[in-house]
Design a protein around this ligand. Structure first.
Ligand SMILES: *Cc1c(COP(=O)(O)O)cnc(C)c1O
Length: 481
């Protein structure tokens, strides 16, 4: 991947253009002649003006570069068939489904909503899997009716499917998820691979479950799945996982199940701040591939199709969130608060996980910091702090702040807390910007409210009596620039 430098010079040397997850900013980040930030050759401050803020920006080159990095690394390091599948919970939209499909990836969905988005976005159904530790009957049938592989997580999934699949109908294609019992040093909330986890079958249950599935006409077990957690920088747990999975693969094949898919989950970390140092995609894939190859050879197993499920590492670095600075409050000797026009509703990660981010003033990214502030959101929560003790150049009302590495688990975890509409998302590439998710409008938030008839007589200001709330920019379908 090369960086966009047509309009100016490179903003900061990206550490690893072949592995976007190791960089702080999108691959195309650059400066124009006035030293303002460009991404995808679009001036960030112009995007803010045109679409309004808060605004999610996704860089197409970084997204496609990451998809290719996974595909190519698998081809390089794994002689058998392989398929990276995008964990769409990281950022789900029609555009994302379509983009990863066009790059030859598959997709994992964990709900009917994500599954619908994948199918409508054009993802081929044979490349989709449905996860979830408490799938509804509707979700199970939705997957089955669309020939989507179901990753069975527990006995409840099996019991329901046995009832739901019509007699004499073709079997449902299944993968079996188990908890591999691997510890890794990441935040407690996002560890899923240790034994005390709500996800997957306990290792002690596997053999009985596999035996129970033998000869069941409604089920065709085609794969195994495990996922050890998220934002992981260590390689060792992934190596250990491959060994555990090969052991289960042997047991599964010995029992006669035609299992050919080994899905090792996601979890590769990304660089949020300077001090983060995750492995490259190539290295991660190499370690996983070599461990699978070695442990299969040891057990005399034909190589399975190797699947992995990157979420964060596929989309985080491509994303930048733009905010506009508003009010400021200075408590001399204590603290200065600088407030932006979004916060925990568009990025709940800081308040949920104490996550850290890197940010710059979009029009003065090279300005030296000359004050330390708390960059806070606009929600009615004292904990709504985006970045604490942040060194920043003096900012003024109207300045645009760019927060990097917000492509994963921001839009997808966003809420309407305080009845704040969700931001728009634009995709940028080669100087063009396209709206891929419209900005919600205050009226949209009332769409599902129902005011019972008997309340109406006592309600003043019915629809007619209220002056317009004011549309926010970014709601319209902007033409391609
Ligand atoms: C969350 C999740 C992923 C993706 O994890 P990342 O850390 O975002 O790569 C993959 N597989 C499963 C089952 C998950 O729950």
């Amino acid at each position: 991947m090369t960086q966009a430098t047509t309009s100016g010079r490179t903003y900061e040397k990206n550490l690893d253009p072949d592995s976007p997850n190791r960089n702080l900013t999108p691959l195309t980040t650059a400066l124009d002649t006035k030293e303002r930030l460009l991404v995808g050759d679009c001036l960030l401050s112009d995007l803010a003006k045109r679409y309004g803020t808060p605004l999610y920006v996704l860089d197409e080159q970084t997204l496609r570069g990451t998809c290719r990095a996974y595909r190519e690394a698998l081809k390089r390091h794994y002689p058998g068939p392989s398929l990276p599948i995008y964990a769409s919970k990281a950022n789900s939209s029609l555009m994302m489904s379509s983009l990863v499909a066009s790059e030859g990836l598959g997709l994992d969905a964990v709900s009917a909503g994500e599954l619908l988005t994948a199918l409508r976005g054009g993802m081929p159904n044979e490349r989709i899997v449905l996860h979830g530790n408490n799938k509804s009957d509707e979700e199970l049938l939705f997957a089955y009716n669309n020939n989507v592989t179901v990753v069975v997580d527990n006995q409840h999934d099996l019991d329901r499917l046995a009832v739901l699949i019509p007699k004499e109908a073709p079997p449902v294609q299944l993968m079996l998820r188990f908890t591999p019992g691997i510890e890794c040093h990441t935040h407690e909330y996002i560890r899923t691979g240790h034994i005390d986890s709500k996800f997957g079958f306990d290792p002690n249950q596997i053999e009985a479950v596999l035996r129970g599935l033998v000869g069941q006409s409604w089920a065709r077990l085609s794969g195994l799945h495990a996922h050890i957690g998220s934002q992981i920088f260590e390689l060792e747990p992934h190596r250990d996982l491959a060994v555990v999975m090969a052991e289960v693969l042997k047991l599964t094949r010995d029992l006669g199940h035609p299992v050919n898919d080994l899905n090792v989950g996601g979890g590769l970390g990304i660089r949020y701040v300077e001090s983060d140092d995750p492995p490259s995609i190539d290295r991660w894939v190499q370690v996983v591939a070599e461990a699978v190859i070695t442990s299969c050879q040891k057990r005399d197993l034909d190589l399975p199709r190797l699947m992995c499920e990157p979420g964060r590492s596929l989309v985080a670095t491509a994303g930048v969130t733009l905010y506009t600075v508003g009010s400021r409050k200075t408590l001399p000797g204590i603290r200065t608060y600088v407030a932006i026009d979004g916060g925990m509703s568009d990025n709940p990660r800081p308040i949920t996980y104490q996550s850290l981010y890197t940010c710059r003033v979009a029009e003065r990214p090279l300005a030296e910091p000359n004050e330390v502030v708390d960059l806070v959101g606009k929600h009615c929560e004292s904990g709504d702090v985006l970045l604490k003790n942040l060194p920043l150049p003096i900012t003024h009302s109207g300045d645009v702040i760019a927060v990097f590495a917000t492509g994963a688990y921001n839009a997808s975890m966003s809420s309407n807390y305080n009845r704040i509409p969700r931001p728009a998302t634009v995709l940028v590439n080669n100087g063009a910007s396209e709206l891929v998710q419209r900005r919600e409008q205050p009226d949209d938030l009332l769409r599902y409210d129902v005011l019972p008839e008997r309340f109406r007589e006592v309600t003043l200001n019915s629809e007619k009596g209220v002056k317009p709330s004011g549309r926010v920019r970014g709601g319209e379908s902007a033409p391609r620039s």
